[in-house]
Design a protein around this ligand. Structure first.
Ligand code: AOF
Ligand code: ZN
Length: 356
């Protein structure tokens, strides 16, 4: 039960902790919860320290049990080692759900706590928390971050009319869900076309979550995007552009980070892009279109999850499809997904697919 609560705490911080993973902690003594903690914005302080800091009378911590969704760290990074405080305040037990597969920790936290007489047990809680932590492990160890694609289309899978009119396809509530998704990811990735045509602000304006608009990555092969778009005027947003240009006016891009890929002219290698984003400490990427980027991610089997919002509207064959040509001729070559969930959202349907 306590680990389940710890998971709830970790869930609070999903999308806010990059480059660190979201961790949740519950501190218990004699069947009573003393404190709760979760990894704070930007990854500091760690969940254990957040939980400990909320117990005013530190002597209460002596003999208590800490439930953590991840092994407490033993290394000194941006934050001091969590185990130092666990030892200092004389915890009796630490229950973890998983070892931290970050090579800097990887069982060392468990070993050091045990060497100081603290009992450490691993309660392999359920697949849910493993899936949760695995996103971080895959990203840091294999440079394979979690890629979630959001599509807002008509019932016949179109994202715009033939003259590229797309406002609005889905309803207000679906668009609010879209904003919530932004808050639960470490960054947003979009193609140049989306910025140019939709002129989105790509932020989360939901009340109480307006501090959780993630950093933005744009693919703009030839750096042809006009800097008059709305997102370049937003305050406090970190924006990076992947491009493939050797000649451009650097001064124009004052606050924007430019990342040049030395690919063939006119092409950006999406595999490289995803790896580079992961290498920068972003483990959950939300892709918000358009069809070019969605198609190339699908082709490369890089999509882990799709949130597909489908309005009760039909545009017809000349509209622009959510996904363009994949050149698939046989059914055994189609891209397969599992339908994880499906819900009605006003007059739209939200289907959640996971990697098949
Ligand atoms: C914890 N509790 O809440 C989190 C942990 O650079 P640092 O010092 O912030 O350390 C980052 C590493 O710590 C990160 O890569 C991951 O292994 C672990 N994250 N550890 O004890 C936490 N978020
Ligand atoms: Zn720590």
């Amino acid at each position: 039960m306590y680990m389940e609560l710890a998971v709830r705490m970790a869930e609070r911080s999903v999308g806010l902790t990059a480059p660190n993973p979201p961790v949740g902690v519950i501190i218990v003594k004699n069947g009573e919860i003393l404190s709760r903690g979760w990894t704070q914005i930007g990854g500091s302080p760690h969940a254990e320290i957040h939980a400990i800091s909320q117990v005013r009378n530190k002597s209460l911590l002596r003999g208590s049990t800490m439930y953590s969704t991840l092994e407490p760290c033993s290394h000194r990074g941006k934050n001091p080692p969590c185990i130092d405080n666990i030892i200092k305040y004389r915890f009796k037990d630490v229950v973890i759900s998983q070892k931290d597969k970050n090579p800097l920790v990887n069982g060392d936290g468990i070993k050091k706590l045990r060497s100081r007489g603290i009992r450490v047990t691993q309660s392999n809680f359920n697949n849910y928390i493993n899936k949760f932590n695995n996103i971080f492990f895959h990203s840091i160890n294999k440079k394979k971050p979690h890629v979630c694609l959001k599509i807002a289309s008509t019932a016949d899978g179109k994202i715009a009319t033939k003259i590229k009119d797309s406002k609005w396809i889905t309803g207000k509530r679906s668009r609010m869900m879209g904003q919530y998704l932004r808050s639960k990811n470490d960054c947003i990735l979009v193609g140049r076309g989306t910025v140019e045509k939709d002129n989105p602000s790509l932020n989360c304006r939901l009340s109480g979550l307006d501090h959780s608009s993630p950093d933005i990555f744009i693919l703009d092969t030839n750096l042809s995007l006009s800097l008059n778009s709305k997102i370049f005027k937003l305050k406090n947003r970190k924006i990076s552009i992947f491009h493939n240009c050797s000649n451009f006016n650097k001064k124009k891009y004052k606050k924007i980070t430019l990342i040049r890929l030395n690919d063939n002219p006119g092409i950006l290698n999406i595999r490289k892009v995803i790896k580079l984003i992961s290498g920068k400490g972003y483990h959950r990427i939300l892709v918000e279109g358009g069809s070019k980027i969605s198609t190339s991610l699908l082709k490369n089997n890089l999509i882990d999850k799709i949130y597909w919002f489908r309005a009760s509207k039909v545009i017809g064959g000349e509209g622009i499809g959510a996904i363009s040509n994949l050149n698939i001729r046989k059914m055994n070559l189609v891209k397969k997904f599992k339908l994880e969930d499906s819900a009605r959202v006003e007059d739209d349907i939200m289907d959640i697919y996971t990697r098949g």
